[in-house]
Ligand binder design. Structure first.
Ligand code: HEC
Ligand code: HEC
Length: 299
């Protein structure tokens, strides 16, 4: 079986995979005690039944605090070079601290959470087994990252075709050709095992962005509207779309691109094209072939 198109997952030194670490991380990922009001867990916004995203434009955090960005799917995050929509967080371990502190997510404090959770004898024992120490900020961030690295999706129809196990329908095949054509140009950006080059760029969604994107991090006006390019695996199942969840369907996304983008500083690969109804259906059939209906997690 040729899997060379899909990189293997690397675990960092000091946080190698083990079933005990995975089990602790999984417990904590779904534990609402990480949030100030014990009402939200990581799994609330990154729900396994929604491919580790959710189906809302933006999601509320603890005490119903309104969020500002769309929850991205965590599928294949093990292979991402950086995290959050402006790419400002370098590792999955560090990323765990972001929702813990954010006012509109958990609004909490990792030291206090660790002290409280270590009072739970079962969690205490799981942590000792996994890392040789009680529940600490270190074991919380390490174990959740260990769990997240196992959220793998590589059994879509696309993968089966790559491995020679299935073939595309003629509609999917026409959609694939459109996707990678120089006219539509989707494949000049959405490339590789996850259908993203991971570039942080402006895809012309707005003429003026409410959310500054990368500019929030760099303070440089020219970075306004630049967001990390999401992968397209399972995209048919992770509506709504874009950093703010403003586009409800794949049709709306394709119409946005066909109009050629709205921003003066958008990436030059965004340009107008025409698509008739049959071609639209073919392109969507291809995007549907990226859904992994068997996505399963080791238990
Ligand atoms: C209230 C909803 C919410 C909760 C709770 C939440 N997240 Fe998120 N998550 C988001 C949003 C929204 C983003 C995008 C944030 C940004 O770009 O600033 C995100 C981004 C991420 C990313 C980066 C993904 C990428 O493609 O760069 C990871 C990893 C992640 N979350 C993991 C977690 C973990 C682990 C927890 C629990 C400790 C958690 N999230 C809790 C909504 C949530
Ligand atoms: C210049 C690079 C570029 C090109 C060309 C491009 N995209 Fe994108 N795409 C992006 C970026 C960047 C985002 C994220 C924008 C945001 O979050 O606001 C995105 C977002 C998306 C999303 C939303 C994914 C999600 O989970 O929210 C879909 C679907 C998508 N693109 C499909 C396409 C299709 C289909 C084409 C061709 C018609 C295409 N893209 C062309 C860069 C590009």
């Amino acid at each position: 079986m040729d899997q060379s198109y899909f990189p293997s997952i690397q675990f960092p030194v000091g946080n190698e995979f083990s079933p005990e670490r995975y089990a602790l991380g999984k417990r904590l990922f779904f534990d609402t005690r990480l949030s100030e009001n014990n009402d939200v867990s990581c799994g609330s916004c990154h729900d396994p039944s929604s491919y580790f995203a959710d189906d809302l434009p933006t999601s509320s955090g603890t005490s119903n605090a309104p969020g500002t960005r769309n929850s991205p799917s965590l599928v294949n995050v093990a292979l991402h070079p950086f995290f959050t929509r402006e790419g400002s967080v370098p590792t999955l371990e560090m990323q765990v601290l972001v929702p813990v502190q954010e006012h509109n997510e958990f609004n909490s404090n990792i030291v206090l959470i660790a002290e409280a959770l270590d009072q739970d004898q079962e969690l205490h024992d799981m942590s000792v087994l996994a890392y040789g120490e009680p529940i600490t900020p270190y074991t919380i961030t390490r174990s959740i990252a260990n769990y997240e690295r196992m959220i793998i999706s590589q059994n879509s129809k696309w993968d089966k075709v790559q491995r020679g196990e299935q073939s595309f329908t003629s509609s999917e095949l026409r959609g694939k050709e459109l996707f990678f054509s120089s006219e539509l140009n989707c494949g000049s950006c959405h490339v590789g095992f996850d259908f993203t080059s991971f570039e942080i760029l402006n895809n012309g969604l707005y003429s003026s962005y409410e959310d500054p994107g990368l500019a929030r991090f760099t303070g440089n006006e020219a970075d306004s509207g630049k967001f990390k390019m999401p992968g397209l695996r399972n995209v048919a199942e992770t509506a709504p779309y874009m950093h703010d969840g403003s586009l409800a369907t794949l049709e709306e996304v394709i119409l946005h691109y066909s109009e050629g983008g709205k921003h003066a500083l958008q990436d030059e690969r965004i340009r107008a094209f025409e698509l008739d109804q049959n071609e639209m259906a073919d392109l969507i059939a291809f995007l549907n072939a990226l859904t992994d209906y068997e996505m399963s997690m080791p238990q």
